[in-house]
Each structure stands twice: as C-alpha cells, then as structure tokens.
Design a protein around this ligand. Structure first.
Ligand code: PLP
Length: 371
C-alpha cells in the first residue's frame, strides 16, 4: 500500500519515535517538580523548546506547547474575541469556525483563481473596517498546497494596527521564512504534519503580544502562566526532535519531493480533461488535480482498493458531503470541484511509489469514467 496523504498526517519518523519512547520510559518525572526527576523532565522540555524555536526563528519564551493545530488556531483567534477579524476564505475550519464562534464580526478576504488570497481585498477590508483587530492568513493551503502572500498580509495588518496570525500547519517542516521574516504575531504549528505524533503542537506568540495574551486555561500556571496543566514531556520531546530533524533534512527533501510531485503531475495531466488546481509557489509534496467525468470520492475509493491512499479533498472534511470551500472560493468550475483529488507525498515516498501512483490514478480515472 502506498501512502499519498501526507497533508492529512505524516508517519512518525524513526528518529522522533526513538526519542519519544526513550523519554516516555526514562523521563517520567513531572517537569514542575523541584526534585531531580522533575529537573530531568524540565530539561527535556526546555531542550525541545530550543529545537522548535530554532526551526521557527524565534526566542524560546515565545513558544507555547499545545495539543495541536486546532488548539493553536483557536487560541490565536481568541486575541480577537468579540472584535472584528479578517480571515481568508480558504482558511482551515480550525480558523474559520473559531472566528465564527468567537469574533464579534468576521470579514472574508477574497481568493484569486490561482489559489492565493487577494491583498487588494484585504486592503479594502482594512480600509472599510478600521476596527479590525486581527488578520489571519495561512502559510500554505491544505487542499492545494498554494503558498499565501503572508508577508504582504502581515504588513497590511500591522499598518492598520491589527495583529497578524498565520496558520503554518502545512508549512512548518518545509523550507519557509522564519516567524521574524514573516513578521507574525502568532503562528500555529501541528506536530503530526511534520513527522511527530498527533496530540502535540505549538503556538508562537510574539513576546510583546504575549503580555496581553488571554490564558488558554487556568490552573497551575505552566507554560509561562498561559497554559496550565502538566506538560506531556514525551510528546514535547518528539516535537522538538521533529523540528531538529526538519532542519537537517528539509532542504534536500523539499527538492527531491518537489521533483517527484512534478513528475506525477506531468504524467497525470496528459490524461484528457484533467486540470491542476492552484498555481504559483506551492509546498513541495501537495498536488490538487481534477479529472472531468469522475468524482473525487470514487477516485479515492478506487485508488484505495488498488493500493494507493490519497484524499478526495481535505481529510478533515471527510464525511461531510459539501463541496470544498477552498475550491469554491477559487471559483473552480463545478465539474472540477467535484472531481478533485489531493495527492500529497512526503519523506518516505520513493520514485517507484511515484510511478505506481501515476499508474494507479490513470487506471482509476478510466474506470471511474467507464462506470
Ligand atoms: N490548519 C491546517 C492548515 C491544517 O491542515 C490542519 C489539519 O489538517 C489544522 C489546522 C488542524 O491541525 P490538527 O490536526 O493538529 O488539529
């Protein structure tokens, strides 16, 4: 079976697995305890904080460990609680739904046909609504892989006096600018998208912004008083190791994976009535393709039966039978919206896997069209 759904989740790497298991077995103390067991655990947590801060390009006291991308996004949006927020129409539901539930008003930044949020649209919003408290724009879209104009959005937000949040769940682990270069106030990361386990992530909060930060929850005052609760040492160690490993391998891997992705696209786009959705700069492994006369759902099921696991859109939407809000916002024609699949490859994908993906998807498109 070939796994081609890395944008949904990644396997835990060997290096991360080893560190996590060793920590779970050997470093069981509570990092808040003052005795030697506690100190050993606290050291592990601080080492991981250094590793994550190094990858993001921030200070260690700007890293707040969370349970994953959804919690980080929810908490970031709380900075705009009961106030106006501007979000792109292609954000993940973790941002869209928290904005809908927590903000006082939500403005939606238009998206262009290439899959990038429109900075003109953002500027219009900021001009028309000078009370906008926060702008949120993702680094890379989870369905198309398209990299967003984050620096421009941050500059626009800041010149209008708004905070800027970036959901970088699909970006971190790939070569990308640091949080300082992006000029974010808040940035969300999820461990299971970068070869660490599920249940761990982080929220970067710029130091000056953290002073006015709402608490995640209340209790014993862990995570600088903002996120109480005994921290999960093995998961944090795993995230730290995943960040260190990303720094070691991401340059080469992005290059290798990007070439494989391009080869897959080149071959599959030879199929008549096929299109690629999203253009311009994209994260290396993600490809959104559509094949007229099929449905994404049937292609996904056929490919699964033939040994290739890919996605009919975003896995987070599986089970919800509504068209993708991302493809709708991009104004993708209906026949391609319903026939889109996402192939997302990663570190364990070989050239042979890529050839098998091409063969299987081609066969399944023919089968879906016949059936
Ligand atoms: N943001 C983006 C862009 C995502 O792709 C995802 C997960 O698919 C999330 C947020 C949610 O992250 P998590 O699964 O860690 O809660």
């Amino acid at each position: 079976m070939i796994y081609a759904d890395y944008a949904a989740t990644t396997p835990v790497s060997e290096r991360v697995y080893d560190v996590m298991c060793r920590t779970m077995r050997d470093v069981f103390g509570n990092p808040s305890s003052a005795h030697s067991f506690g100190c050993s655990a606290a050291e592990v947590v601080e080492r991981a904080r250094c590793q994550t801060a190094k990858l993001l390009g921030c200070d260690t006291d700007e890293v707040y460990f969370t349970s994953g991308g959804t919690e980080s996004d929810n908490h970031a949006v709380r900075f705009a609680e009961n106030r106006r927020i501007a979000v792109s129409a292609i954000e993940h539901p973790a941002v869209l739904e928290s904005a809908r539930h927590m903000a006082g008003a939500v403005e939606y930044i238009d998206v262009l046909r290439d899959g990038r949020a429109s900075i003109d649209s953002l500027n219009r919003i900021l001009h028309d609504f000078p009370d906008t408290a926060m702008v949120s724009l993702m680094y890379a879209n989870n369905e198309t892989g398209v990299i967003q104009p984050v620096r421009e959005a941050a500059a626009a937000a800041h010149s209008a006096g708004a905070l800027f949040h970036c959901d970088a769940v699909q970006g971190v682990g790939h070569v990308m600018p640091t949080v300082r270069e992006l000029d974010c106030d808040l940035l969300s990361v999820s461990g299971h998208k970068l070869y660490a386990p599920k249940g761990i992530g982080l929220l970067y909060i710029r130091k000056e912004v953290a002073k006015k930060a709402p608490a995640f929850h209340y209790g014993g005052g862990q995570e600088n008083g903002l996120r109480s609760g005994t921290v999960p040492t093995p998961l944090i160690a795993a995230l730290g190791e995943a960040c260190a490993e990303a720094l070691d391998v991401m340059r080469d891997e992005d290059c290798r994976i990007g070439k494989l992705r391009d080869e897959i696209e080149r071959e599959l786009l030879k199929i008549p009535d096929s299109v690629r959705i999203g253009s311009g700069e994209r994260v290396s492994g993600t490809s959104c393709l559509a094949f007229g006369g099929t449905t994404g759902e049937s292609l996904m099921l056929l490919c699964d039966l033939r040994g290739v696991a890919l996605s009919a859109g975003s896995a987070c939407h599986t089970g919800i039978d509504t068209p993708s809000h991302v493809l709708s916002a991009m104004d993708v024609p209906e026949k391609y919206r319903s026939s889109a699949i996402r192939i997302s490859i990663g570190r364990n994908t070989t050239h042979d896997d890529a050839l098998q993906i091409i063969k299987t998807v081609s066969e399944c498109v023919s089968l879906a069209r016949e059936g």
